[in-house]
Design a protein around this ligand. Structure first.
Ligand SMILES: Cc1ncc(C[n+]2csc(CCOP(=O)(O)OP(=O)(O)O)c2C)c(N)n1
Ligand code: SF4
Ligand SMILES: [Mg+2]
Length: 351
C-alpha cells in the first residue's frame, strides 16, 4: 500500500553497486496491484536493471499514462523524477521533457490500452521521431484498471473471462515499432526476468527510440485457460530468438557460449550487446528479415521474444534537430532570449 512506508533500515551487507547504492535505493512505494499481477514483476526487473547499471536515481525521469501499468512508476525508483500524465499522452509529455533536458534517462511506462488504443498516434510519432527513451508496454490484452475490456492487442478469437470472443484483429506493438522506425525493439515476458533485465539495460543504454513489449498477464481479468495472454499460454508458446548480456564500460568480453551461437553488437555509446542466439538464422540487425520472421511465427501461434531488432548506430531526435548540447534548464538568459534584434532577423527571413 502506498501509504505504508517501507522501513528505511536494511541489512548492512546488502550488495552495493558502483555508486554505493543498494537495491533498496531503487525501490518505490508498496504496490497496490492485485497479488500476482505481471506488472509487479516488470517493476522488479526495472529496479534490478537500474541498480545493475548504477544509474543515479535523480538522473532518471519515469513517465506514464493511465492504467494499472501506468500506476507502477510509483512502485519503483522512488527517488527519481516522475510524471503520471493523461491517458495515452505519456509519449508527448516525455518528448517535451526530453527536448528541454536531454541529460536525464527517460523511461516511459504504458499499457496496451494506453498505447495501442487512445495513445496509438502518440506512440507512433514518438517512435518515428527517434526520441531517446526506453518505452515499455506492459501488455496484458485488456484494460485491467477498468475491469477487463478487450484492448487492441487482444488476439482475434481469444475469449474474455466470460467467454465472449474478441472479433477484431490484434495490433502487434513490437512489429509496429519496427515498422515505425524504432532503433531498438525487444519483446519479453514478465515471468522471464533472465531475459527481461538485460533487455531493459540494453534499451536504456541505446541512444534513440527503444521499445520493449512485455507480455504481462492480468491475473484478475485475463489469465483464464483460453486467454492468449495468460501465464500458461505465454510459457507454452514463447519462442525466444536470443538471450542478451550487456557489457558497459571497458569490462573484458568473455565468450562463455559455444562460438557461433554468440554474436556481439556494439552500440553507439560503446556498450556491447552479447547475444546468445537460440534461433541460429535470426539476425536482429536485418529489419526486413525480422519483420517477416515475426509475422511467420505469429501466424503459427508463437510469441517471439528477445532482442528483435537493433540499429546500433542510431540517431536520436536531438541529433536530427541539431539541438544544443546543453539542456535548456542549464542555459542562461542570454542564450534563452537572444533579444528583439535576433527575433526581428528570424521574422524577416520568413517574410
Ligand atoms: C481519456 C480517458 N479515457 C478513458 C479512461 C478510462 N481508462 C482508464 S485506464 C484505461 C485502460 C487501461 O488499460 P491499459 O493501458 O492496458 O492498462 P492496464 O490497466 O491493463 O495495465 C481506460 C480506458 C481514462 N482514464 N481517460
Ligand atoms: S486488474 Fe489486472 S492489470 Fe490491474 S492490477 Fe489487477 S491483475 Fe494487474
Ligand atoms: Mg492492459
Amino acid at each position: 500500500m502506498t501509504y505504508i512506508a517501507k522501513p528505511r533500515l536494511h541489512h548492512p551487507q546488502l550488495p552495493k553497486n558502483e555508486l554505493g547504492l543498494t537495491h533498496r535505493d531503487y525501490e518505490g512505494a508498496v504496490s497496490t496491484l492485485c497479488a500476482g499481477c505481471g506488472h509487479d514483476s516488470i517493476s522488479s526487473a526495472i529496479i534490478q536493471a537500474c541498480f545493475e547499471l548504477s544509474l543515479p536515481p535523480h538522473r532518471v525521469a519515469k513517465l506514464s499514462g493511465i492504467g494499472c501499468s501506468s500506476k507502477t512508476p510509483t512502485y519503483f525508483l522512488g527517488a527519481s523524477h516522475g510524471f503520471n500524465s493523461v491517458h495515452g499522452r505519456m509519449p508527448s509529455v516525455l518528448t517535451g521533457a526530453s527536448l528541454a533536458n536531454r541529460d536525464l534517462v527517460y523511461l516511459g511506462v504504458s499499457g496496451d490500452g494506453d498505447t495501442a488504443s487512445i495513445g496509438f498516434g502518440q506512440f507512433a510519432h514518438s517512435i518515428r521521431r527517434g526520441v531517446n527513451m526506453t518505452y515499455i508496454v506492459e501488455n496484458n490484452g485488456v484494460y485491467g484498471l477498468t475491469k477487463g475490456q478487450f484492448s487492441a492487442t487482444a488476439d482475434k478469437g481469444s475469449p474474455s473471462k466470460k467467454g465472449v470472443k474478441n472479433q477484431d484483429s490484434a495490433i502487434d506493438l513490437a512489429g509496429m515499432a519496427i515498422m515505425l522506425g524504432a532503433t531498438f525493439v525487444g519483446r519479453s515476458f514478465s515471468g522471464d526476468k533472465t531475459q527481461l533485465v538485460p533487455l531493459i539495460k540494453a534499451a536504456i543504454e541505446h541512444k534513440g527510440a527503444a521499445f520493449i513489449d512485455v507480455i504481462s498477464p492480468c491475473v484478475t481479468f485475463n489469465n483464464h485457460a483460453a486467454s492468449t495472454k495468460s501465464f500458461d499460454y505465454v510459457r507454452e508458446h514463447n519462442e525466444a530468438v536470443n538471450y542478451l548480456d550487456v557489457i558497459i564500460g571497458r569490462a573484458p568480453i568473455m565468450l562463455d557460449q559455444a562460438a557461433g551461437s554468440v554474436e556481439l553488437v556494439e552500440q553507439h555509446d560503446g556498450s556491447i550487446l552479447k547475444l546468445r542466439k537460440l534461433a541460429a538464422d535470426y539476425d536482429p540487425t536485418d529489419k526486413l528479415a525480422a519483420q517477416t520472421y515475426l509475422q511467420e511465427r505469429q501466424a503459427a501461434g508463437e510469441i517471439v521474444t528477445g532482442l528483435l531488432y537493433v540499429q546500433p548506430e542510431a540517431e536520436d531526435l536531438h541529433q536530427r534537430l541539431d539541438m544544443a548540447a546543453t539542456p535548456l534548464n542549464a542555459m542562461g538568459d542570454a542564450e534563452l532570449c537572444p533579444g528583439s534584434a535576433a527575433l526581428e532577423r528570424v521574422n524577416a527571413a520568413l517574410r
